[in-house]
Design a protein. Sequence first.
Length: 238
Amino acid sequence: MKLAIIGNGKMGKEVIKAATARQWEITAIIDNALDWEAERPLGDAEVAIEFTTPEAVFDNLRRCFDLGVPVVCGTTGWYHRLEEIQGSCRQQNGGMLYAPNFSKGVNILFALNRYLATIFDKHPEYEVVLSEYHHVHKLDAPSGTAIRLAEAILKLMERKKEWVKGKADHPQQIGIQSYRNGEIPGNHLTLWESEDDSIQIIHQVKHRRVFAIGALDAAAWLRGRKGIYTLEDVLFTE
């Protein structure tokens, strides 16, 4: 497998380490705008993996489409432009797989979250609160994972209309509480609570390599494919 790395920060380095352990070939490492000026910036990569910043991700994805290289994107904080980049991908017949979180466990949590939302929609005595905990370097808050959890609940619960950052002020809102501390890789908690009892679903990341492993599995799946996908396609498509 020939892989290009876009973004040589903490996650990029984890991806390189995990890819090297699999004996994959790293054809290029893009770490700044100048790296894109090379004659063949991604070399002969079969897939690229992108972990950068919300400011850089859009141009990075479009360059991959231009070069005909399918790209796995783990950057968050840019989904307000998702329809725009999806349009570019289709127009250029590109391949893209994006996810707010490349942990397999979190993507199983997404499925469980949808199931619980349909149940609790019939039991209005239960309220829901989402909390997420990350390292101090994370730029976006709430996290993309927490937003995805909230938006899934909104689609499935008639009594919920919007999510808000912090504490909910209205019964139709879902509050997302964000905390930034130390070097926490990423923890997400969903709390369903009534006056008499509560249910908590917690996903806790122990090491960043779980994201790298998930991204590599996604890259192997995406190789040779065109179109737009998420990690759930990798995990749940037979």
